[in-house]
Structures are given as C-alpha cells and as structure tokens.
Ligand binder design. Sequence first.
Ligand SMILES: Nc1ncnc2c1ncn2[C@@H]1O[C@H](COP(=O)(O)OP(=O)(O)O)[C@@H](O)[C@H]1O
Ligand SMILES: [Mg+2]
Length: 268
Amino acid sequence: MRVVVKVGGSLMKAGVPDSLVRDAARLFPSNQLVLVHGGGDVVTEYATRLGKEQRFVVSPDGIRSRYTDRETAEIYQMVMSGYLAKRLVQALYGVGVRGVSLAGVDGSMISATRKSKLVIIDERGRKVVIDGGYTGRVCGVDPSLLDMLLGRGYLPIVSPLAQGEGGEPLNIDGDRAAASIAMGTGADVVVFATNVDGLSLDGALVGRLTAEEASASLPKIGFGMQKKVMAAVEAVRAGVREAVICSGTREGPITRAISHEGCTVVTR
Ligand SMILES: Nc1ncnc2c1ncn2[C@@H]1O[C@H](COP(=O)(O)OP(=O)(O)O)[C@@H](O)[C@H]1O
Ligand SMILES: [Mg+2]
C-alpha cells in the first residue's frame, strides 16, 4: 500500500512525534510511505528570532495567513527544509529507516503558479489588493523522484515548498501539498496527522463521511481543520481511495488511521 502522511505543524512544534516515527518504521518498507511536514509556528518563531517580524493578512472570507515577502520566503525555506525536515531524517535514522528530505523544488517535483495578487482586508476593514508575494498554488506533481527513492528503499520527507515558473521556491499549504502528492503519486491513502483525533461536529468526533458530506460541513469547521477537510475532499475526488484525519500523538497513529480506529475517514 502507498500512504502519504502529512505530519502537522502542531506536532512538529513540540519536536518530532516519536510514536509516528516508530509506526513509520514498522510499516516501511513493506508499505511505501511518503511524509510531508508542516511547521508554520516554528517558521514564525525563527523569523522573530532573526528580527523579521511576520505579517499576517486576512482574506475577505476571514482566513488569516502568513504574508510571504522575499525575506520571509528565505526564512521559510531555511526552517522547513534545513531544520524541520532534517529533524525527521534524524528521528527516522534512530529507528533504522533511511529518510531523504526534499522540498517540492527538488527535481521539479511540485510545480506551482505564483499568486500574483492577494485580496485582503486592511486594518480599517476595507478590501485592498496587494502583491501576492512568494505564495503558490500547486499545479502539478512529478512523481518520478519519489518513485525512484521508494524503489530503492528510502523514505522521502517532503517540505511544503513548490517551484514557481521561474524556478523560485514558493510557500505552499502543507495539507494541500500532501493531497497533491497523494494524487500525483497514485497513493491509496492520505493521512493528516494532527493534534486532535479528527473532525468534530457538534462536539462529537465524526468517524466517516463522504466528500459531499465533508464539503457541506465546511462552514461549521474552524480554520486549521477546514484546510484538512478541503484537502481530503480534493484527494478523494481525484481518485485517492481514502483520506484520514487522525491524532499523531497516539501510539501507532498511521496503523490506526489505515484501520480506521478513532479517526475521521473521508471517502468519495
Ligand atoms: N470542527 C473541528 N474539529 C476538529 N478540530 C478543529 C475543528 N475546528 C477547528 N479545529 C482545530 O483545528 C486544529 C488542527 O489544525 P491545525 O492547527 O492547522 O493543525 P496542524 O498544525 O496539525 O495542521 C485542531 O487543533 C483544532 O483546534
Ligand atoms: Mg494546519
């Protein structure tokens, strides 16, 4: 089975999640695994330490996101690829797995189009258009590098950066990146490991839902989870058999996700 696992930034913030790393070692290489990681809060922490105050912008639908200017893009790349991905490589080494970290720019694996303009709401509540900065929308995934690594027994770890049309690294959403890699590599399952057991609606964990039910519930879901549900819907609609949202801190989180224990499963 081929499984793409997004390791949420909420988990990376507290250090590499041990139970997830041990579980990956149990499942690999008899199953093909690809890890994609997040880490937005760690980027913010390091940017602040470097004296680069992070700017956050709010879209007309109320979604708050990092504004990636050139310096921020450089810090984002350093922290994601140079620090967080390498911590996963080291943790995997500790359980006997050869991890290789790459960003979407390596081998032109993930291509994206730069968002040329962003519509935001300014401090006075007015809609304004600003330059899009270094943020991209994924438009393609070339699976050949991942196939090659998996075929030789390496576990790929992908940082959420894509290659723009001019070769420049663009910041992309980690959940979206995981869904795109699952779609582009013909994965059976995409797992979103985070700091809660799954999607809750009206105070209860939802065990299973269709893409249609998931889309209909979006207005009732808070921002971080909303992005996962949107990515899950996109993946299953593109042919990934199932998308699972689960806790990455429980024992055996990937095994639990693929056997549907205490998590949210989205199917077509
Ligand atoms: N309906 C919901 N069900 C579950 N979690 C929700 C919901 N609405 C908002 N959330 C929040 O989404 C968070 C997960 O998203 P996020 O913080 O982006 O995690 P990650 O860093 O792992 O991507 C949860 O910790 C939870 O606080
Ligand atoms: Mg998130």
